[in-house]
Design a protein around this ligand. Structure first.
Ligand SMILES: [Cu+2]
Length: 349
């Protein structure tokens, strides 16, 4: 019964809408169809003309509101180049936008349909075709050329004096490994991964691993004005090392090492002053949806002077010492004493 009532109701609604349409059609005939059409056209043309400045004003207001919430100045040279490319792309596209949209809205107003105007059929014009193909092609080629230059800059081999650091993504944080005094990262084997005392699966038969340091709290310490090369990989699923303040990102893929290098130019302390934010930190954001804890996968980068970096490095205990000398679970390593050399001596025997 209810199904019958529903169908009847739907049919009734259709009939009502149809009748309203018919009624307005008759009303138009009585009032003069052409007159009503011309009046509607005029209103629409004026509204369209108002629409353009209103839209532009909206864009301006949005920009003013969000200006302070945008990223601060780029903290490396390639980042500055990237920002400049973004700026010029916006300028070129902005000019094209205002020219074409301005003309579009103006024409809608100027050439609105009236009783006196008849359609003008415009089939083809070689000059115009050439003009609106060549100019955008040159502009696009210029923008692509700048983009390619920046891309090669970022993906070029790192300078030989770059500090090498391994960044490993895992659900849901970042593991940062430094090569230690021998300046060489030891071998890893995913079968040796053990959350209790070998989070990155370091192969203890490789002597290069003995002095490797895994930074606590996922903090990546780097020296200002010194190139740093990141060797990026993942322990489980695909993550992505996103460095918004350096305008860079690179996928962290299990089984494949990807690289990224940059030279930080502004220390964390200077950036605190620039942003007038005493809590400012450079961020490593995971840019790849990697699971339910993805939102919390945030690492930090500390950009510091060479002296500060050396002091921090001296306070770090080797991962081997922290996890094998004293048989402590990984959770206790945070409390481990910084006497790495002594502990290392004991464990090496
Ligand atoms: Cu993620």
């Amino acid at each position: 019964m209810s199904a019958f009532i529903t169908i009847a109701l739907v049919v009734l609604v259709f009939i009502v809408i149809y009748q309203i349409g018919k009624a307005s059609e008759y009303a138009g005939v009585i009032r003069g169809e052409e007159k009503v059409k011309a009046q509607t056209n005029r209103v629409l043309a004026v509204l369209l003309l108002l629409m353009f400045p209103l839209g532009c004003w909206g864009i301006y207001e949005c920009n003013a509101i969000f200006q302070d919430r945008l990223l601060p100045v780029a903290a490396c040279r390639t980042g500055v180049n990237y920002d400049s490319m973004f700026h010029w792309t916006t300028v070129v596209c902005g000019i094209v936008f205002f020219l074409t949209q301005g003309v579009l809205f103006w024409f809608c107003f100027k050439y609105q349909s009236t009783e006196k105007r008849t359609s003008f059929f415009f089939a083809h014009n070689n000059k115009l075709e050439l003009l609106w193909t060549t100019i955008p092609a040159i502009a696009m080629a210029g923008l692509v050329a700048i983009g390619l230059k920046n891309w090669y800059d970022v993906t070029s081999p790192a300078p030989p004096d770059a500090t090498v650091v391994e960044v490993m993504g895992k659900q849901f944080n970042w593991l940062i490994r430094y090569p230690g005094k021998d300046n060489e990262l030891g071998k890893r084997d995913f079968r040796k991964i053990n959350d209790a005392n070998n989070v990155m699966g370091l192969d203890w038969t490789d002597p290069h691993n003995m002095d490797d340091i895994i930074a606590q709290n996922g903090e990546l310490h780097v020296v200002v004005n010194k190139p740093v090369k990141l060797l990026i990989n993942s322990r489980d699923v695909i993550h992505d090392v996103g460095l918004p303040h350096f305008r860079m990102k690179m996928d962290a893929v299990p089984g494949i090492t990807t690289t990224l290098w940059f030279t930080p130019t502004i220390t964390t302390d200077s950036m605190k002053q620039i942003t007038k934010n005493p809590d400012f930190v450079y961020e490593i954001a995971c840019d790849q949806l990697c699971g339910k804890g993805h939102y919390s996968m945030r690492g930090t980068i500390i950009v510091q002077t060479q002296a500060e970096y050396d002091k921090w490095m001296a306070s770090q205990q080797t991962y081997y010492a922290a996890n094998n000398a004293v048989a402590t679970p990984a959770a206790d390593t945070a409390k481990a004493q910084p006497k790495s050399e002594t502990v290392k001596e004991v464990t090496m025997k």
